[in-house]
Ligand binder design. Sequence first.
Ligand code: ZN
Length: 327
Amino acid sequence: MTDNPLVLGVDLGGSKILAAVVNAKGEVLSSDRRTTPAAKGPEAVIQAMLSSMKRAIDQAAIKAAELEAICIGAPGLSNPETGVIFTSPHLPGWKDVPLRESIEGKMGVKTLLINDANAAALGEMYFGVARGARNFIYITISTGIGGGIVIDGQIYAGSTGTAGEIGHMTIDSNGPKCNCGNTGCWETLASGTALAREARKRIKSGAETSIVDYAGGDIDKVNAEAVHKAARRGDALAKELIVQTGYYIGVGLASLINIFNPELIIIGGGLSSIGDMLLEPAYKVAEERAYRVAFDSVRFARPALGRNSGVIGAAAYAFRKIEKSKK
Ligand SMILES: [Zn+2]
């Protein structure tokens, strides 16, 4: 490695792509953020990723050849060893896509692939709120729920690299249908999508509420943000629905606490920005349901790196891989 090694971290999301040149201290030197053309399929998304990466490289005033590596944090099920994405619920048309090979071929730089929630967990472990923690779980709650599980200082990847899909643990065996094919998964009850679905259902059945005013008067456009806005202005139904979502978050947290006995749980992702109104009920339900001794040893935190945790974590993963390969 040179004196100032650089890595390009990429956070591929269902709605946004973020590419950033990051140094070994976890500092972002330049970044490019753009919309993911998810509906146009894998080829269009890969093109957008390449454009975003090139822009971040240009802005850092370096050449691609000066990068030690590129590391992509991607959603869904993937194998970090082979670099293939099996499937991704928020990226339509992605089935067995050899993403790593594709990017490496086009960029001419060694490329690595990691799950996006695992990347965010690593970012927080090396540079954020999980510094010093050995056993913790990073949870991202947005349209779905993702997770990165760290056991004894290492990401737990499972036998083929797909572990940590905590959003797909069954909470209600007769619950709503999930994108994964199962029913009643945690993310069908405790995500932003779930909150919006429940709001639309209650509005359609005639509930008195101002929620629809925050969605341009269109019931079909009601999303989690509209519910949050209405709740902040005192709308009773909006508040009730957020507390209910918090309840389901807590039910899932209790299981994670009982199974993993973590010292720390970090809750990030778009929906979690609702804050106390959502999370206080979640912590209360977790406390009521989990084993006392396990609950007493866990600390809850918000991510310290904000929206950069994914790119910084992907870069940190690449730096550790490079170090290991040189030993
Ligand atoms: Zn599921």
